[in-house]
Design a binder for this molecule. Structure first.
Ligand code: NAI
Length: 331
């Protein structure tokens, strides 16, 4: 039998935490043959709730779940973990300045970076979900210099999946027949959902989305804003932010990273920029990537038109501003 993989979920007593831990325990993240040990971290005010989640995990009798740790001790939580899903963070509350939220999260991610660096498995793969996701991941990277930079990513797969969903509804096809949309940039409303290379599998072969949706006004307008604003639409409807879709997309992100993307298919991941597509290196930016053998690589050579260029640069600019705001919080 395979050795269990240790999966850390921070913020595990929260909404996304509650949705994702059963997915991990059922093999949705790492496959039906991979046993797991869950490490769940939250903070003191949520300690009782976290105990309750642990009780439910035991009660669900998941065959793949070989152990559950529920703790408020960050060192204990990080020790020996192979996968770290960072969902815990400080939410923006009414009346708070952007800088105050940033400052809280920068100090959380700085501290957790050190704990991961010292105590996680050497090849630990990190996915940051908590907002501001790209910048939290960047801080984590800066303060965990011994973790390879390729191992630190942030979640834009939810945005990617939202884009697939919008196209499938519009063209009236199964979502699994749509592929190769791209989310460029920040996991924020400046992200650029790009369909210029996306295709749909039809009975007469693979067709470009641009050909099937012969409505550029929609593709360049409402489609983009719907994906950008989807998080806000969920909050409006549910009075709570997206949780099941975030949890499911986080599982998709890790699964494809570890087990590989299907041939001819790419996904979107927030990764450390190497300067590809003229995006300043040193930012965590969402790119189209393929994964193989546990490694991602940015898809190269896609044509970028003027419309796209402008949007890709605008979201990069926002990330540079977030980066300098984050650094000003450190001082
Ligand atoms: P939530 O508020 O229900 O849960 C957050 C949990 O984190 C709470 O249990 C809280 O006690 C815990 N926490 C706070 N500080 C912590 C720390 N220092 N260490 C460990 N745990 C800590 O929030 P929810 O809905 O689960 O969302 C979590 C985060 O994910 C938010 O930042 C949200 O904005 C973000 N998010 C990101 C998405 C993405 O696509 N990247 C999509 C949806 C949400």
């Amino acid at each position: 039998a395979r050795d269990p993989v240790r999966v850390l979920v921070t913020g595990a007593a929260g909404q996304i935490g509650y949705a994702i831990v059963p997915m991990v325990a059922r093999g949705v993240m790492l496959g039906p043959d991979q046993p797991v040990i869950l490490h769940m971290l939250d903070i003191e005010p949520a300690a009782e709730a976290l105990k309750g989640v642990k009780m439910e995990l035991i009660d669900a009798a998941f065959p793949l779940l070989k152990g559950v740790l529920a703790t408020t001790d960050v060192v204990e939580a990080c020790t020996g973990v192979n996968i770290a899903v960072m969902v815990g963070g400080f939410p923006r509350k009414e009346g708070m300045e952007r800088k105050d939220v940033m400052s809280k999260n920068v100090s959380i991610y700085k501290a957790q970076a050190s704990a991961l660096e010292k105590h996680a498995a050497a090849d630990c793969k990190v996915l940051v979900v908590a907002n501001p996701a790209n910048t939290n991941a960047l801080i984590l990277k800066e303060f965990a210099p011994s973790i390879p930079e390729k191992n630190i990513t942030c979640l834009t797969r939810l945005d990617h999946n939202r884009a697939l969903g919008q196209i499938s509804e519009r063209v009236n096809v199964q979502v699994s027949d749509v592929k190769n949309v791209i989310i460029w940039g920040n996991h924020s409303s400046t992200q650029y959902p790009d369909v210029n290379h996306a295709t749909v599998n039809t009975s007469s072969g693979e067709k470009p989305v641009r050909e099937l949706v012969a409505d550029d006004k929609w593709l360049n307008g409402d489609f983009i804003t719907t994906v950008q604003q989807r998080g806000a639409a969920i909050i409006k409807a549910r009075k709570l932010s997206s949780a099941l879709s975030a949890a499911s997309s986080a599982c998709d992100h890790i699964r494809d990273w570890v087990l590989g993307t299907p041939k001819g298919t790419w996904v979107s991941m927030g990764v450390y920029s190497d300067g590809s597509y003229g995006i300043q290196s040193g930012l965590i930016y969402s790119f189209p990537v393929t994964c193989e053998g546990g490694k991602w690589s940015i898809v190269q050579g896609l044509k970028v038109d003027e419309f796209s260029r402008e949007k890709m640069d605008a979201t990069a600019k926002e990330l540079m501003e977030e980066k300098s705001l984050a650094y000003s919080c450190l001082n």
